[in-house]
Design a protein around this ligand. Structure first.
Ligand SMILES: [Mg+2]
Length: 388
């Protein structure tokens, strides 16, 4: 088995929506196809990956640094003793001659290629990725259903509260039991009305999480936390800057009854270690949302899980950001706490396989080999375009 070609391209995100910081109208993402010399039914076996959602394209880094390193090394460097592709061995090759720290967009570039390598490895084994991960890293254990929540409630240009209500109703009618909406982009009073509107549709505050996307300063975060604690929301996500662990620690100490969530903007196990050391989070109640596609891929995610275990965190407290199929496989094969879901937004990257079986907040994964991106029509069209 040999890697013969790595193709990459930038794809625009189809979402004219905003959170408290960012409008996604001009957001882009990276797609990567890793082509092997193995042929099945007359075609090469190809792994597909992409760089999740929320960071701009890192295509130039893939093309300029990551792909050339992999293609320049002998296959023995990324194959195991039985001659099978081993993405764990490919990982240090991708990061040759890179200084530690300052992770930036580099972690997304590696995450996208790593996803394609795992997709390829599972396809070569002819198993769905969750099965490969379960056998290799979880003693054959796996979950057959994964809890997901609908992440929406963005700030739209028009429509206001009635548009929000219609959106949340759509999630409930589609079978979602829990939702998350954005806050921090309006006044506290307006945001609380939005939260109450969502809770009314979903049948209670415990079914509604809120996300400020790191927008609030300490004073505003305390005001929101006080109000949200009284309401009893499911969790309060990224109140302040995601790297301001002292601020989070103070919030956690001041609002002990309120659950917090964070982690989608931590891109390395070193960042997660600092979170564990300094952020004062509650390992029995809070939620961690690191996204493997944004943060150097699965090998780094496994390091994060090991590190979290040493700090008393169960991996059931991990619910990755991103609403994509790669994390869904991790949630099943590594038995995480669930996964985010983006019904209807962030096309082509958001969403699962088109015919995903979904009931009362639970998803079942298809049995297709690899990640199953081929079963997600809009996203697979990007890859077909990439391959020409
Ligand atoms: Mg978030």
């Amino acid at each position: 088995m040999k890697l013969v070609q790595i193709k990459t391209a930038t794809v625009p995100l189809q979402s004219d929506i905003s959170n408290a910081w960012v409008n996604f109208r001009e957001m882009t993402g990276t797609v990567v196809a890793v082509v092997s010399d193995v042929r099945r039914h007359g075609y090469p076996v190809i792994g597909w990956g992409f760089g999740s959602i929320g960071r701009y394209s890192s295509t130039a880094i893939v093309r300029g640094r990551i792909a050339p390193r992999l293609l320049a090394c002998p296959p023995s460097a990324y194959l195991d003793a039985d001659g099978r592709l081993d993405p764990m061995r490919a990982w240090p090759i991708m990061l040759q001659n890179e200084k530690p720290g300052g992770h930036g967009e580099r972690s997304t570039a590696v995450g996208a290629v790593d996803m394609a390598l795992w997709d390829l490895a599972a396809k070569l084994e002819d198993v769905p990725l969750w099965k490969l991960l379960s056998d290799r890293f979880n003693q054959g254990r796996a979950d057959t259903t994964i809890a997901v929540y609908a992440a929406g409630g963005y700030y739209h240009q028009a429509g206001g509260q009635s548009a929000l209500q219609d959106e949340i109703k759509g999630y409930r009618e589609a079978g979602y039991t829990d939702v998350k909406i954005k806050i921090g982009g309006a006044t506290l009073a307006e945001d609380l009305k939005r939260v109450e509107c969502a809770a009314q549709v979903m049948g209670g505050m415990k079914h509604v999480a809120v996300d400020a996307n790191g927008r609030l300063d300490a004073t505003a975060a305390h005001a929101y936390a006080t109000a949200l604690g009284e309401l009893g929301v499911r969790w309060f996500e990224e109140p302040g800057d995601p790297l301001d662990f002292a601020m989070q620690a103070e919030l956690s100490a001041s609002h002990p009854a309120l659950a917090f969530a964070t982690g989608e903007n931590l891109f390395s196990h070193q960042d997660v270690r600092n979170l564990c050391r300094h952020a004062g989070l509650n390992s029995k109640r809070d939620t961690l949302q690191m996204d493997p596609a944004l943060s150097y891929g699965l090998p780094e995610y496994l390091r994060m899980l090991d590190l979290l275990a040493t700090h008393g965190w169960s991996r059931r407290r991990c619910v990755p950001h991103g609403g994509h199929q790669f994390s869904l496989h991790l949630a099943a094969g590594l038995q995480l706490g669930g996964n985010e879901s983006y019904p209807g937004v962030f096309k082509p990257f958001g969403g699962f396989a088109d015919d995903t079986i979904f009931e009362t907040g639970l998803v079942r994964l298809p049995d297709a080999p690899g990640i199953g991106i081929e079963l997600q029509r809009e996203l697979s069209a990007c890859f077909r375009g990439l391959l020409g």
